[in-house]
Design a protein around this ligand. Sequence first.
Ligand code: GDD
Ligand code: MG
Length: 365
Amino acid sequence: MQEAIILVGGKGTRLRPLTNHTPKPLLGVAGTSFIRHQIAKLMDAGVTHVVFATSYLASLFEEEFKDFGESLDISYAVEEVPLGTGGAIRNAGRLLRGGPDDAVLVLNGDILSGLDLRAILGEHRRRAADVTLHLTRVPDPRAFGLVPTAEDGRVLSFLEKPRTAEEIVTDQINAGCYVFRRAVLDAIPGDREVSVEQETFPGLVATGHRVLGHITRGYWRDLGTPLAFVHGSADLVTGAATSPLVGPAGDALIHPTAVIDPGALVTGGSTIGPGAVIGPGAVVDRSIIGAGVTVGAGARLHDSVVDHDSTIGGDSLLRETVVGCHAHIGADNELPAQLRLSCGIRIPAQGVRVSGTATACSTVH
Ligand code: GDD
Ligand code: MG
């Protein structure tokens, strides 16, 4: 029996307002909640029991999977108070069914990767490791855990989110997927907040445990920021990243109930949700359009997410924008890039412009 723990208790603050009502792993990516892509991948790798380590909006996970008819057992380890990543792993470990030497997969709940799970499990067993960490390389490692390794793959140190230039000793980072020997996982304190990155991994390395790196160079993305989130979704649609739940690669994934005007362009791996309406001349590029959203004629959206039941007025321009649910952006707005618009916000027509001339004053003086 292969078991896995998925850490899904974080608040997803960098993805607000999308995460105000929905935990990050339940947000829609390429037409399905992200966690379902992860679950499908785990099942393909032979996992038969998954424990969700939940905290923030915990009940929504049970709601999502209440009718899950697949051959996978799902357990829920709910933290009343978040226990940190290490505390969460230990707490979820109470619900595992295997023995002390069994290999347990542990996954961060926001990583899209091409990692071959059977390969990391095989290497962990073959090399009789205490913990095996999936490692990858990124151009800018500052937002991650730095993990230098020796020639033989042994982890030399673990430094979470380096603060100074001197601390950046490698571009090899913790990719957020681990295999633990169960006894090692059971030894993490479970009664208080523990960071697996700041406390457990450095501690295991310092005490001479067999902590190994499984280094890959394939597709990898943490979906925790708005831009990474839309790009990850688009990569699944275009086939740059794969999931058992996404069909043949294409330019866009359009729900059968969405209505796209023949004069609109939906491209770059965009996803259009149920009941959405895209008007003539509109451009939706590498973006996620939620259920019931209306995009007016001539509006242009690039690298943006629009949550359900919002309206984007005609000829408005959005770049790298996150729009909460039930928002109304009037016509002829040109929004500065990287805005996050709260749920329910209303921006009148011609309310915001960052280039060219503002429209003539319509007020009587
Ligand atoms: N149950 C539970 N309880 N889950 C938690 C808690 C908690 O207290 N805190 C965080 N999590 C979950 C989040 O939901 C997420 O799935 C995962 O743990 C990692 O948290 P993030 O907030 O996404 O961390 P990060 O992206 O800044 O850094 C982590 O991932 C990087 C790779 O993307 C670290 O593991 C880094 O070392 C790593 O490089
Ligand atoms: Mg993350």
